[in-house]
Design a protein around this ligand. Structure first.
Ligand code: 6R9
Length: 625
């Protein structure tokens, strides 16, 4: 079997222009020497109303961070800047379809958050109450989230675009008292009504007392007396100053439902203090967000990436966020590159699904725009296959921007594994555990395995932004920390580590395909397929077979202009055989126009599998339309 040689990219020395680039080894050493002192140093950059007693108390599987401390995350996102040099700095550039633009300085954001906080209080929202936010990616979403945090209420953000059933489950699951929504969301030149979805979702949602509606359309939609309130009016009537509630470090900040690629979504609870420190630390040290950056995280705020790196992390470090409602292909496939040129975006953080889509449309699009402001690129959500890495590196980063392929989860709250800026980059490998994280690849028992062997990505010790709980499901929480004989945290991802300690993710262990007794990760097969010049995207599943146990079935989206044929099927199988060996060759291969994905862009292999076998796909609430 002949595997192509592993390429290594050495970062262009211009990355050092940033004073915020830290030496990986130095930082790791600092952490290893004294983990608590490390986190104490990081946490001390932030403002606390009351100091902690202990940095960490670890009672497997429960961890408490910054015990006894009191804080408010919005005080750190807002006052810490407003009372200092960043008062008039742009916090948010927002670009809406058709050239609409809104700009918020830190001071303006601060004022809106306080009014919204007071508005919620006037409706009886108290510390600990849950508020469901069902809004598209507009500034009001940021304001609403921060307003909840301001008064100690727990937000649960739901992707605008999830259907009524999914919304109802999240509202009732979290027991939300208030729902904040809009009449409609804008998408591809049209508007999608949200209110009817909310109305349907509120049938059998007894905890909801009021709905706050942002009315953007003319004529204005009617409101149901008493029950439905106008967002703008509410804010206009609210008092100006809203005291930041002192919450305990261990109090919940938000609940967020997981993406549900391999099962029903779970309500992940994050606690205020630890989450704040994790988001701050990684935004500063991993994303290296600094004073003059214009930072664009393309993730919807309804996904953990949108929470940590779309909103909280960048605001904690006082950065400038670029936020947009533009989909990547409307009005044309150049729109995102145009936005980067127009706003001088310096850090661009997106997902492999978007990168593969851009590859499919061709480099003519980015080539039309000046992307020279970019200095750093990032990817999250799925394995970034080498083909996509190289395209991103060459056509967007112009062979000079480092790429951060960041592995982490809703549950981890922050980055865990990546190739920090300055380290050599290996396409296909996410990288190493960041300083502060003790992760490794182990066998089923939890024991170390030799480099190059497939195993499970496990985390040995807690980290600050580790989930506090699975909402009202302690048993499910405990399962996470029950991997192997040492009770490690299991990410449920298959992985392999090389001699240098770089980790490659091979797909979810629930998606693993066992062919003739061999474990094959879905990502390996998909990446091999995508490395063929005819293929834009691919998904692989295991299909039960009386002889082999399972066979591999692949679904392939071809690049623009490529015609499907029997010969191409043959070529693709041969291509996989050459790259991975005979075991990994798909026995069946279908050409398709699209793949079932979550709203955050992850392929839902279990949906493909269920369809293939004529079975019920289970919970599909997170499936994109
Ligand atoms: C942040 C986020 C988590 C799962 C995770 C893994 C996959 C995320 C990845 C990646 C390979 C990466 N995943 N980043 N796989 N390389 N850089 O995505 O959270 O929606 O909870 O999903 O996504 O399978 O376990 P979440």
């Amino acid at each position: 079997m002949h595997k192509p040689e592993q390429k290594v990219y050495y970062p262009d020395p211009c990355y050092r222009d940033s004073a915020l680039i830290h030496d990986y080894n130095e930082l790791y050493y600092e952490f290893e020497k004294d983990p608590d002192a490390f986190w104490r140093r990081i946490a001390s950059d932030l403002l606390w109303f009351k100091q902690w007693n202990n940095v960490k108390v670890w009672n497997h599987p429960y961890a408490s961070w910054f015990t006894g401390a009191e804080l408010n995350i919005t005080y750190n996102c807002l006052e810490r800047h407003v009372n200092n040099d960043r008062r008039n700095k742009v916090a948010i550039f927002w670009a809406g379809e058709n050239g609409r633009e809104r700009i918020f300085t830190y001071y303006q954001l601060y004022k809106d958050v306080m009014r919204m906080g007071n508005a919620l209080k006037s409706l009886g929202v108290q510390k600990g109450d849950r508020v469901c936010i069902y809004l598209p990616g507009i500034p009001e979403l940021v304001v609403s989230m921060l307003a909840c945090a301001r008064i100690g209420a727990v937000h649960t953000v739901v992707f605008a675009g999830y259907g009524a059933k999914a919304l109802n489950e999240r509202i009732t699951g979290a027991g939300a008292k208030i729902v904040i929504t809009a009449d409609a969301s804008v998408r591809r030149g049209g508007s999608i009504p949200l209110k009817p979805i909310v109305e349907e979702a509120l049938i059998n949602a007894p905890t909801v007392e009021r709905v706050i509606i942002l009315r953007t359309q003319e004529p204005k939609v009617g409101l149901l007396d008493e029950f439905e309130l106008d967002y703008e009016e509410l804010i206009a009537q609210a008092d100006r100053y809203c005291e930041p509630v002192h919450v305990n470090s261990e109090d919940p900040l938000f609940i967020l439902y997981t993406s549900g690629t391999t099962g029903a979504p779970k309500g992940i609870v994050h606690a205020a203090g630890g989450y704040m420190v994790g988001a701050y630390y990684t935004t500063k040290y991993v994303l290296t967000l600094r004073e003059n950056d214009v930072y664009w995280c393309t993730a919807d705020p309804g996904w953990i990436t949108g929470h940590t790196y779309g909103i909280y992390g960048p605001l904690l470090v006082g950065g400038t966020i670029f936020l947009s409602e533009y989909t990547p292909d409307y009005p044309d496939a150049g729109i995102w590159w145009k936005l980067i040129e127009d706003y001088g975006v310096t850090i661009f953080y997106t997902a492999p699904t978007a990168i593969r889509m851009f590859m499919r449309m061709g480099e003519e699009w980015p080539d039309k725009y000046d992307l020279s402001s970019l200095r750093l690129l990032g990817s999250v959500g799925e394995p970034l296959n080498p083909e996509a890495f190289e395209w991103f590196y060459k056509h967007i980063g112009k062979n000079k921007c480092p790429i951060l392929d960041t592995w982490w989860q809703t549950e981890t709250g922050m980055h865990m594994v990546t190739t920090m800026v300055g380290l050599p980059m290996k396409p296909g490998f996410a990288g190493k555990p960041i300083p502060g994280v003790i992760a490794t690849v182990v066998n089923e028992e939890g024991d170390p395995i030799p480099p190059g062997t497939t195993g499970y990505l496990a985390i040995k010790e807690p980290w600050p932004s580790m989930m506090k709980a699975v909402y009202q499901n302690d048993e499910r929480y405990r399962q996470y920390w029950s991997f192997g004989k040492y009770g490690y945290y299991s990410s449920n991802d298959l992985a392999v580590m090389d001699e240098d300690g770089y980790i490659m993710l091979l797909g979810r262990s629930d998606d693993i395909i066992i062919v003739a007794g061999h474990n094959v990760g879905t990502a390996e097969i998909e990446s091999a397929l995508v490395s063929h010049s005819a293929v834009a995207e691919a998904a692989a599943i295991g299909k039960p077979d009386p002889l082999k146990g399972n066979i591999i079935k692949a679904f392939v989206i071809l690049r623009n202009g490529v015609e499907p044929s029997q010969k191409l099927i043959h070529d693709l199988k041969y291509h996989v055989r050459i790259m991975l060996g005979p075991i990994s060759v798909p026995a069946e291969l279908d050409f398709v126009d699209s793949l079932p994905k979550t709203r955050s862009g992850k392929i839902m292999r279990r949906v493909l599998k269920a369809k293939e076998m004529g079975m019920d796909p289970g919970d599909i609430s997170t499936l994109d339309e």
